[in-house]
Design a protein around this ligand. Structure first.
Ligand code: NAD
Length: 422
C-alpha cells in the first residue's frame, strides 16, 4: 500500500464551531441576543511582524491571538505554529476552548493563537526570535489574570519558556503563570507533558465502563503520533489495549498483533514522526480511519472525519483526542450509524486541566507531586464524564450534544449573572 498525507475536505472550522453552538443554543432555547454574544469572539488580534533570519534577510510573519469569551474567568488556550493557521481556524479553536474549560468546570474562558509558519523550516535561533517578537506583540493581551497561552501543534515547552522569559523581561520580574506547559525548572507542572494523552486514557476507561465493554484487549487505531497521539497510544497499550495502528502526516503503520509503541517512540527521528524502519504494514491516514478496530482515536488535526468518509468508519467507538476532528456533517453520519463518539471538548481536556493545575501552582509558588497531579486530573475527568453522561441520559441525546449543553449552559449562566456592561 502507498503512503500519502491525509487529503480531506476540511471545510471551515469556524462555521463548524458555530453550527455546533447553534444546535446547543436551539436545545437550550437561548434568545437571539445571547446566541450573538456566544457566536462572536470577543477580541481578535492580528499582527504582521518582522523577524531577522540567520542570513540577515527580513521576513514578515502573520500571527493571531483571539479571545472568544471571558465570562467564566481569564482566557486560556494554545498557540499553534503551522502553515495552515488562519483567522477562522483560530476563532474556532478559541470557541472550542471556552466550551472545553466549561465542561471541566475550570475558571477560564477560551482563547487561541497561532503564527503562519512551518517551525521545522526555521533554525532554532530563528524560531526563538520569531517567538520572542510574537510574545512581545501579544504582550498587550496576555498575563496571568488575562490570557494564559499553552503549547499546541508546532509549539512546545521551549517555545513557552521563551514567551515566559520575554513577558518577564517586559515586566521586570519573573512571571511564570503567564504561560503553561513550561519546563518544570521554571514553574511547569509535573505531568503536564503527558496530560492530554493521559486524559484520553481516563476518558477511554470511562467510555468503556459506560458502554459495558472491556478496554483490556480492545483494538485501537490512533491518527497522529505527536504529543497527544503518542502518549495516548503508549498509555492505552500499558493499560492492556492492543494499539494496532498509528500514523503521522505521511501515513501510518498497521500490525494486527499490536504495535510496540515504546519501540516506535524510541526509534522516532523527530517529534511526532513515525520511524521509516517501523515494523508493520504501511497504510494511508484514510485507511487508518476505516480500520475494523474497537476504538478509533483521531489525534492529529481538525476535519479528518467528514461526510465523505464517515460512512467507511467501522470503529464503534471514537474518542476525539484532536480538536474538531469531526465535521458537523460527518457527525450526522456517525450518529446515524450508531457510533459512540466522545467529543473533543470532553476527551482532550486533560491538557487544559493540568495547565490549570500549573497556573494554580505558579500563583501559589507551591508545587505538587506527579501522583497528586494525575489523581486530581482523573477526578476532574471522571466528574466531567459523569455530568455529560447524565445529561445525555436526561435529554436522550449524544455525548457531544450533552457536552455542549453543559458547557453553553455554564457560560450563559456566568454571562447572565454578571450582566451586560454597562
Ligand atoms: P503535535 O504537533 O505534537 O503532533 C501532531 C501529529 O499529527 C504529528 O504526528 C503529525 O505528523 C500528525 N499530523 C499532522 N498533519 C497530519 C495529517 N494531515 N494527517 C495525519 N496526521 C497528521 O500536536 P499535538 O499537540 O499532539 O496536537 C494534536 C491535536 O490535539 C491537535 O488537534 C491539538 O489541537 C489537539 N490538542 C492538543 C493538546 C496538547 O496538550 N498538546 C491538548 C488538547 C488538544
Amino acid at each position: 500500500m502507498t503512503t500519502t498525507a491525509a487529503q480531506t475536505p476540511v471545510g471551515n472550522p469556524y462555521e463548524a464551531a458555530v453550527a455546533q453552538l447553534d444546535a446547543a443554543a436551539e436545545r437550550l432555547g437561548l434568545d437571539a441576543g445571547m446566541r450573538e454574544v456566544l457566536r462572536h469572539c470577543k477580541r481578535e488580534f492580528t499582527v504582521n511582524f518582522p523577524v531577522q533570519m540567520d542570513d540577515g534577510s527580513i521576513r514578515v510573519f502573520t500571527g493571531y491571538r483571539i479571545h472568544h469569551n471571558e465570562a467564566r474567568g481569564p482566557v486560556k488556550g494554545g498557540l499553534r505554529y503551522s502553515l495552515n493557521v488562519s483567522l477562522d481556524e483560530v476563532r474556532a479553536l478559541a470557541m472550542w476552548m471556552t466550551w472545553k474549560c466549561a465542561v471541566a468546570n475550570l475558571p477560564y474562558g477560551g482563547a487561541k493563537g497561532g503564527v503562519i509558519v512551518d517551525p521545522r523550516a526555521l533554525s532554532k535561533r530563528e524560531l526563538e526570535r520569531l517567538t520572542r517578537r510574537f510574545a512581545a506583540e501579544i504582550g498587550l493581551l496576555i498575563g496571568p489574570d488575562e490570557d494564559v497561552p499553552a503549547p499546541d501543534m508546532g509549539t512546545d515547552q521551549q517555545v513557552m519558556a521563551w514567551i515566559m522569559d520575554t513577558y518577564s523581561m517586559m515586566h521586570g520580574h519573573s512571571v511564570p503563570a503567564v504561560v503553561t506547559g513550561k519546563p518544570v525548572t521554571i514553574g511547569g507542572s509535573s505531568g503536564r507533558v503527558e496530560a492530554t494523552g493521559r486524559g484520553v486514557l481516563f476518558v477511554a476507561q470511562e467510555a468503556c465502563r459506560d458502554r459495558g465493554v472491556a478496554l483490556e484487549g480492545a483494538t485501537v487505531a490512533v491518527q497522529g503520533f505527536g504529543n497527544v497521539g503518542s502518549v495516548a497510544a503508549k498509555l492505552l497499550a500499558e493499560a492492556g489495549a492492543r494499539v494496532v495502528a498509528v500514523s503521522d502526516a505521511r501515513g501510518g503503520v498497521y500490525d494486527a498483533g499490536g504495535l510496540d509503541i515504546g519501540a516506535l517512540l524510541a526509534m522516532s527521528p523527530a517529534h511526532g514522526v513515525i520511524p521509516d524502519g517501523a515494523r508493520g504494514e504501511r497504510i494511508t491516514n484514510e485507511q487508518l480511519l476505516a480500520l475494523d478496530v474497537d476504538i478509533l482515536i483521531p489525534a492529529a488535526l481538525e476535519g479528518q472525519i467528514h461526510a465523505g468518509n464517515a460512512g467507511r468508519i467501522r470503529a464503534p467507538m471514537i474518542i476525539e483526542a484532536a480538536n474538531g476532528p469531526t465535521t458537523p456533517d460527518g457527525d450526522v453520519v456517525l450518529n446515524e450509524r450508531g457510533c459512540y463518539v466522545v467529543p473533543d471538548i470532553l476527551a482532550n481536556s486533560g491538557g487544559v486541566i493540568v495547565s490549570y493545575f500549573e497556573w494554580v501552582q505558579d500563583l501559589q509558588s507551591f508545587f505538587w507531586e506527579e501522583s497528586e497531579v494525575n489523581a486530581k486530573l482523573q477526578r476532574i475527568m471522571q466528574r466531567a464524564f459523569a455530568e455529560v453522561a447524565a445529561l445525555r441520559d436526561e435529554h436522550h441525546c449524544t455525548l457531544r450534544d450533552a457536552a455542549y449543553l453543559l458547557a453553553v449552559r455554564r457560560v450563559v449562566e456566568a454571562t447572565q449573572v454578571r450582566g451586560i456592561f454597562p
